[in-house]
Design a protein around this ligand. Structure first.
Ligand SMILES: [Zn+2]
Length: 76
């Protein structure tokens, strides 16, 4: 009995052969579970806005004095 052509499913540890349609998973469900791990945060790549130029731009916009000529109360 050779183990060269077999692996265990990383999800449920079922023995899977290289000939299996879903190798290295034992079936489509385990494949989806593995994909779900990637999609649901274990490998999430996300970061808050820390670009200095972006922060500077936001600060600039919030500090810009209000232009009263653009805010004519009689316009409405
Ligand atoms: Zn499995």
């Amino acid at each position: 009995m050779s183990a060269n052509q077999a692996l265990r499913c990383p999800i449920c540890r079922t023995l899977v052969t290289k000939d299996d349609e879903h190798f290295p998973f034992c079936n489509a469900r385990c494949r989806l579970i593995d994909l779900g791990k990637w999609a649901s945060g274990e490998y999430r790549i996300s970061s808050p806005i820390l670009d200095p130029e972006v922060l500077e731009g936001l600060d600039e916009a919030s500090r810009r004095p209000r232009n009263e000529e653009d805010d004519d109360p009689e316009a409405s």
